[in-house]
Design a protein around this ligand. Structure first.
Ligand SMILES: Cc1cc2nc3c(=O)[nH]c(=O)nc-3n(C[C@H](O)[C@H](O)[C@H](O)COP(=O)(O)OP(=O)(O)OC[C@H]3O[C@@H](n4cnc5c(N)ncnc54)[C@H](O)[C@@H]3O)c2cc1C
Length: 286
């Protein structure tokens, strides 16, 4: 069992890891190579780089620095976090890791699908959490929007509850999923439509399918997806933390872009330092 697992290897997660490891914590950092940093062609406003540095180089420098300190760094996709007897289970596309504490450093949401109707029907048939809302769709027809490991994980939480599950890939590759009540539809989506609540999904080719609800699971899960399942308080989709970067759930901390504020490296590094030091203090008394 790890003392702490950090989800994210951007500036916030790596800094948290450096402080945690130097505080003697058995530390694992998990990332799936999707950092905001990698999109930055040149960073010229961060301390210490006279000629600037590309975001991609800074990202992998951080990972190398963590590995040199003896931190386990794994390239896996986190699908779920669950409570267990002595802490938490972090379930990835590769295996389940056990830990006494967690630091969420997943950055901001990527890949949110821009499909007409998603915003309008939030809470009226559009959901972001299968384990939280699946029960409301007992014996009904639901769709899961997405085609990756996270979408399959969400679908697997629904398969035994709903009567029919439709995976909507929205034009993307078909996912690997099986089930007697599972159908895969790869048509590009035009919009979700209905009167007071969602009633159907319409496709670009003019056809439609009747559905009672749709779960959005495109791309990887981010901290707000984990938060909804664990009961962590969100503030406008950002994780709410106190001055120690601690969430309302004991043992779970968050830092960097996923808690909001100024979305810059310097701020993510500062948050990461506070989270790393806080987790050391937390484990001394728990
Ligand atoms: C185009 C662009 C240019 C920018 N330019 C600058 C600049 O010049 N100066 C500046 O200060 N800031 C800049 N920024 C902002 C800066 O990149 C971010 O503020 C910073 O990277 C945030 O750090 P973070 O650690 O919070 O998150 P990120 O760097 O986004 O890291 C998130 C980490 O979480 C991991 N992750 C997420 N979900 C999962 C999952 N389900 N499973 C496993 N791992 C997961 C990712 O793989 C990644 O390692 C720029 C951002 C962009 C997009």
């Amino acid at each position: 069992m790890y003392d702490t697992i950090i989800i994210g290897a951007g500036p916030a997660g790596i800094t948290a890891g450096i402080y945690a490891k130097r505080g003697n914590l058995e530390t694992l950092i998990i990332h799936n190579c999707e950092s905001a940093l990698q999109k930055a062609t040149k960073i010229e406003n961060y301390y210490g780089f006279i000629d600037g540095i590309t975001g991609d180089k800074l990202y992998y420098n951080g990972i190398r620095q963590a590995e040199k300190l003896g931190i386990d760094v794994k390239n896996e996709e986190v699908l779920k976090i669950e409570f267990c007897a002595d802490g938490f289970k972090v379930i990835t596309n590769v295996k389940t890791h056990l830990t006494k504490s967690i630091i969420l450093a997943t950055g901001t949401k990527k890949n949110a699908p821009k499909i007409k109707g998603i915003k309008e029907f939030e809470g009226k048939g559009i959901s972001y959490c299968a384990i939280c809302d699946g029960f409301f769709y007992k014996n009904k027809t639901v769709a899961v929007v997405g085609n990756g490991s996270y979408a399959v994980s969400e679908a697997n939480d629904l398969i035994n509850i709903v009567s029919k599950l439709i995976m909507l890939t929205n034009g993307a590759e078909r996912p690997q999923i099986r089930g007697d009540n599972v159908e895969i539809n790869s048509k590009p989506i035009k919009e979700f439509a209905g009167q007071d609540k969602i009633e159907k999904v319409e496709f670009n080719d003019g056809t439609d399918l009747k559905i009672d609800g749709a779960f959005i699971a495109q791309g990887s899960a981010d901290s707000s997806d984990f938060a909804r399942k664990l009961g962590i308080i969100l503030n406008d989709n950002k994780i709410k933390v106190d001055e120690n970067m601690e969430t309302n759930i004991k043992g779970i901390f968050a830092c960097g872009d996923c808690i909001g504020g100024t979305l810059q490296i310097s701020k993510a590094v500062d948050d990461g330092m506070v989270a790393g030091l806080s987790v050391i203090k937390y484990l001394k008394i728990h």
